[in-house]
Design a protein around this ligand. Sequence first.
Ligand code: Q46
Ligand code: ZN
Ligand code: ZN
Length: 295
Amino acid sequence: MRCRVCRERAAVEVRRHNAAFCRVHFIDHVVRQVERTIHDFDMFDRSDRLVIGVSGGKDSLALWDVLHRLGYRCEGIYLELGIDGYSTESREYIERFAKERDLILRVVDLHDEYGFTIPQAAESTRRNPCSACGLSKRYILNEEALKGGYDTLVMGHNLDDEAATLFSNVLNWNIEYLARQGAALPGSDGLIKKVKPLVRVAERETAAYAVLSGIDYEVDECPLVGGNTVNRMKEWMALLEHRSPGVTRRFLGGFYNVDSFHAPAAVLRSCESCGRPTTGTTCAFCRLQERATRQ
Ligand code: Q46
Ligand code: ZN
Ligand code: ZN
């Protein structure tokens, strides 16, 4: 296989583009895909103060690297979840990454700042750890990004993550979730603008980008991943993609072209405890926190 651009030996094949690239041109290909996505969804520009949620995995570190190459001002937030062994190791990868590139990283310790860890929250609420974790990450990243005065929160969800979430929302007809799924979600009172510039880059491509760019990342999976429902959907999508290359991209891309889903507009009010927007009286995070920290 030869590189589509320079005809040298290819390092990576991208089947859905019917193309292959050498190391240099593959890195360039990913950078251009991200650049186009930022532009097409009007995500941000160089004057914006950005913050990216980093986990230590390939996606968020690859994206932070791409944004750095493109010259955006982007700081990082790492949320220490208190998952034995895994959290400490992930943090080390991120700290090294940030230090090597002279990037600013803020570390928020869930236990120190909010009084509980993910295993504690899962146990005391009898919730699936990933659901407690997802809820906490969404809430705290929004909270910390607002407090830090940033313009936009950047997330490292890739094409496969977003397609799997869409697949799950369609299979279950979660119209409300569909109405809130997008590559760029505008900010509103109490909610920061949130964007996902990796939605055109598949998971194996972010992994290849990280390896070819010399980024050291956490390869081991989180020990609590067993109950992750998005991962199950990803396996189904991967089977479809294997049989019909490009279907994942068409599925997600088609969804982004739909103007809007006619979900009944949720009535938002302020959480009685923290003041952030919620549909109930107390938001789901405050309820989780209350149960997880109850003596
Ligand atoms: S960190 Fe959290 Fe993941 Fe671990 S508990 Fe589940 S969601 S698997 S990306
Ligand atoms: Zn090449
Ligand atoms: Zn609240």
